[in-house]
Design a protein around this ligand. Structure first.
Ligand SMILES: *[C@@H]1O[C@H](CO)[C@@H](O)[C@H](O)[C@H]1NC(C)=O
Ligand SMILES: *[C@@H]1O[C@H](CO)[C@@H](O)[C@H](O)[C@H]1NC(C)=O
Ligand SMILES: *[C@@H]1O[C@H](CO)[C@@H](O)[C@H](O)[C@H]1NC(C)=O
Ligand SMILES: *[C@@H]1O[C@H](CO)[C@@H](O)[C@H](O)[C@H]1NC(C)=O
Ligand SMILES: *[C@@H]1O[C@H](CO)[C@@H](O)[C@H](O)[C@H]1NC(C)=O
Length: 365
């Protein structure tokens, strides 16, 4: 999820962030509020009754679209915001899980195009119903739930939206540091969880690759070509004394071993906070956590041919040809910047939002 600059809508969203209760249309599709709703809102008691109703229904049944079909909607209006603000991770996970399993990502507003691209690819594998978007700002929470009720949740407090996006920054470190806490929380609720960065595209269903009953499954972020039959054990440490496992795609079972790895990851992040000199992200801490929990957790390295790093897939055409048909998830890393990532996806026919937005549960954004 290495990335970059802001999109132009930023200011509009900041206004909403600073006052989540404003009746502010967020999307260009917004039209007018229904006349009946307006007259209700203008009568004081009507407004109070409505507010109470929204809060009660929103708290207890946040997934119910109790105002009916929102196609005639007032877009991201008061009702929408009130409804989702209190939606908890426990409610969200139990709503989306299938077979006790959820697929999660953590995104903020500038990543919405990548989220949509990823979702199209997941829909093609028929796993979109299991997707839960962990929104890292209120704009994302409301936008996703407006179009796809119940599939986004925000775990407060929302990180500072203005500092969270620049790869290598302290804000980005803080943002990604929330990841192991979200994952641990889901494990403690008793669910299997697959985490993905959203600069990924599924070409096939990854679930058949999660063989055996291991606690933690992950992929290698190295670019060197390995034999097809490489070991599924944690590889030996590299130059910096640690492995280069990617924190971008992780599958966890709700076992003590997996929870221990998440707890150790959280500790490692605390123990090695961001500094100007090191400009780290969450990945080294994940690798140290794996190193320290060997023996406490069953680890499983997924096959490189199925889950290559971007440094291999996008840079070694020979290898791509040799392993044709074996690729499962492609990660657009080893490059930073939204524009560069989008261009590279386009060049490889993996930017699906231009022509296939209708396949996304979010539609065209
Ligand atoms: C349900 O999950 C289990 C493991 O958690 C897996 O073995 C099984 O194939 C899954 N079933 C379906 C229908 O996805
Ligand atoms: C990151 O988190 C630390 C510790 O919570 C905090 O002191 C710092 O201000 C945060 N930085 C940014 C840019 O959000
Ligand atoms: C992979 O295959 C080669 C050649 O067939 C063999 O020598 C090697 O031991 C195998 N490696 C593993 C990890 O199974
Ligand atoms: C853990 O890290 C240490 C220090 O780099 C290294 O010596 C050791 O081999 C690593 N252990 C594993 C299981 O990778
Ligand atoms: C590219 O892939 C080929 C075929 O697997 C391999 O022999 C070669 O070493 C790779 N090149 C680089 C630069 O890693």
């Amino acid at each position: 999820m290495s990335s970059s600059s802001f999109l132009h809508q930023r200011q509009q969203f900041q206004q909403i962030l600073s006052n989540p209760f404003r009746i502010t249309p967020l999307t260009s599709t917004s039209t007018t509020i229904k006349p009946s709703l307006i007259s209700l809102l203008f009568s004081r008691s009507g407004f109070l009754i409505l507010l109470l109703l929204i809060i009660i229904l929103g708290v207890f049944f946040p997934w119910i679209n109790f105002f009916g079909n929102s196609s005639s909607s007032s877009s991201l209006s008061l009702k929408n915001q009130l409804k989702w603000k209190e939606y908890s991770l426990a409610q969200a996970v139990s709503f989306v899980a299938k077979n006790q399993t959820v697929i999660v990502c953590a995104v903020s507003q500038p990543y919405l195009p990548f989220l949509n691209n990823w979702l199209i690819s997941i829909s093609r594998q028929k796993h979109q119903d299991q997707v839960l978007v962990i929104a890292e700002d209120y704009a994302t929470l409301y936008t996703v739930n407006q179009k796809w009720p119940g599939h986004a949740v925000l775990v407060p407090p929302a990180p500072d939206a203005q500092t969270a996006h620049k790869f290598g920054s302290e804000g980005f470190f803080n943002f990604t540091s929330r990841r192991p806490r979200h994952l641990l929380h889901i494990l403690e609720l008793g669910y299997n969880v697959m985490y993905n960065d959203v600069d990924m595209v599924w070409l096939a269903d990854p679930f058949p690759y999660l063989k055996g009953q291991h606690d933690v499954y992950f992929t290698d972020d190295m670019t060197a070509v390995k034999p097809l039959n490489h070991s599924s054990e944690l590889p030996p440490p590299g130059k910096k004394g640690r492995t280069y496992i990617c924190s971008c795609m992780i599958f966890l079972r709700p076992t003590n071993g997996a929870k221990q790895v998440m707890k150790t990851w959280i500790e490692e992040l605390k123990g090695q906070p961001w500094t100007k000199k090191k400009k780290s992200n969450d990945q080294p801490a994940f690798n140290w956590a794996l190193n320290k929990t060997v023996g406490q957790a069953e680890l499983y390295l997924l096959p490189q041919a199925a889950f290559p790093s971007g440094g291999l897939y996008f840079k070694n055409e020979t290898w791509v040809q040799e392993t044709k048909g074996l690729h499962v998830i492609i990660h657009n890393n080893y490059i930073t910047g939204f524009d560069k990532k989008i261009k590279r996806f386009r060049d490889f026919g993996l930017w699906l939002v231009d022509d296939h937005a209708s396949e996304s549960p979010l539609g065209k954004l």
